[in-house]
Write a protein that binds this ligand. Sequence first.
Ligand code: ADP
Ligand code: ZN
Length: 691
Amino acid sequence: MLDMESSPNQLFEVAVNAPLKGYLTYSAKAELELRPGQAVTVPLGSRSAQGVVFAQTKNPGDFEIKDIKDSSSEWPLLPETFLRWLKWLSDYYIHPIGQVAALAFPPLKKKGQSSKSKRLPLFPETSKQVNSPPQLTDEQLLCLKGIESRPGFHVHLLHGVTGSGKTEVYLQLLQNVLAQDLPALVLVPEISLTPQLIARFSARFPDQVAVIHSHLTEREKTTQWWDMVEGRKKILIGARSALFCPLPKWGMIIIDEEHEPSFKQDEKLRYHARDAAIVLAKLHNCPIVLGSATPSLESWKNALEGRYQLHQMSRRVAEREMPKIDVVDLRETRRQRRDPDHPLLHSPSAAQESALPFWLSEELFKELQVTLQRGEQAALFLNRRGVAQTTQCSACGFVYECPNCAISLTLHKHRDLVCHYCDYTQALGESCPACPDGEVKALGVGTELIETDIASLFPQARLARADRDEIQSREDLEELIRSVEEREVDILIGTQMIAKGLDFPGLTLVGLILADVGFNLPDFRSSERSFQLLTQVSGRSGRHSLERGRVLVQTYNPAHSSLLHSLTNDFSAFAEQELEARRQLGYPPFGRLALLRLQGQSLAAVEQAAERLSFRAHKLKSLNAKYQGLQLLGPAPAPLIKLRNKFRYQMLLKAQDSQVIRAFLQQLLEPQKWLPSGTKVQIDIDPINML
Ligand code: ADP
Ligand code: ZN
């Protein structure tokens, strides 16, 4: 045993940035004065690696102890509570602690920080927003007071209809946090981090706002990060990764659009930023506010049961009414046009009698005419890019598939076939590759086709399209928003990319081309997602006009519950029905899930991995009484059995509580020698993406 008092060397547990379970022990001279939270460089095998000191230890372990090479003041000391949070992430999501800790550092060292970036300014220079806060409505005031009446750690769920003024409530909450000289964190979905939003915050809090998003250069990110750590800025707005900015204490954390699936990271450390933020707020003993017009059922259930404080706003500000939503039954449209009912529902047909494109109802067409005559703006949404959903041979039924993914290719620009998962592209041939006399025809509708059709119906109208083909950079998105704001666009056509958070004063008509996209995805959350999308999309209409905004929803399923409840804006009725369905099946928020995904380039190897996993899992379950209640589903081929050239199988674990799942997984997966070579297993705790 080493004698710590007299020895000049001290021992430390270091979280090394490598796929290792737990810490490694290293030694260092006492004069280095290493402390927990210090970034260090350590030898690892024949190379060196980055790591973070987590604790001093007296236990030398079983291995030869090497010296810490270097400690650096280029990285800040990670605060004690922050280390505890990293440890929680590592334990809960079953991810190597050193790889979790590596996320807490900016991309670059501090040096060279002053170099000016030549890219777009981070903050729009002119801001149309007024600096001074408006008088709050009664509902806003009640929510503000309600949240502020409970200092310390509480989870507040702010449920307010679209346009009810949630953002204004955040701004006034932040005002009071700043007055206490504390910093605050605001997380929003990446797609909502628009110049509009940033301008709104920075106009209210000039020079106090730092922003972190994925389109910043590494140097910009590093600068923003140090501005927070060294206290030059007080409010950090960012997408989920901003959580990793290591402040010793937050005064408040706000998660806007808390229901958004993009808060869940889908690779490496598969954390949910909302859940991780709640744990962080608890460690900091600070309030956390979750805001949404359509809360996740997880949060909603917590609020109903009193674990979260519920604050509600049921009306839009300034007497503005919620939009009027009408449903167009496309089955009826089809009957009137004597369009034979094609099994794929949306094929253009020669028998069609209407002069309108097959995807456009008379009702929506008339509304578009009226809107344009009045000089107002309209938006058409469809969650599908391209000209057509797919192509099919009219003689033999052949469908082009992606060679890398088990998915059919989508037609773009009338000649390219594109995979929406891996971007594989090939040209559409003249004839069917599978039969001698067939012709390959487009099936279904995509945003490109809508744009072409609308352009010929309304040649005078100025159009803009917003989907992943048109909008490929942040600059593209900013330019699009500007042109719609400045009324250079009459009809905006896009995917859900533009359904979220945008606030265009002139927009009074929203048309949803086909609500059914997404109703029947093989995911237990598909109804919830559809409800959210319908609510978000219709929430874009009539946000500023005194006259009521209009929404037209085209669908083949007018009786779908997601649709019925969104018409009346009745979130709680929808939630009640959906919760009951989840309860019966033991799905979240009633049970907890973990997804084990097996992947590899050889189908045979992946199938073998699945067999072994199944055997191990059932054996482990049968040997332990504590795993009685655990349900094992699969392994079975994933809905997308092949993706980017990898075959995929998955097994779902369902249990009453997450402790059981974690204990089971720890036992099941260690050691991983049972995996056939060339295969890997990924763990996803509380999975969101089940495809
Ligand atoms: P939400 O975040 O709930 O969708 P916002 O905070 O964006 O709503 O508010 C909708 C619109 O109403 C915004 O243009 C905002 O500036 C305005 N607004 C919010 N609160 C008030 C208020 N108390 N008085 C006047 N206008 C307000
Ligand atoms: Zn593909």
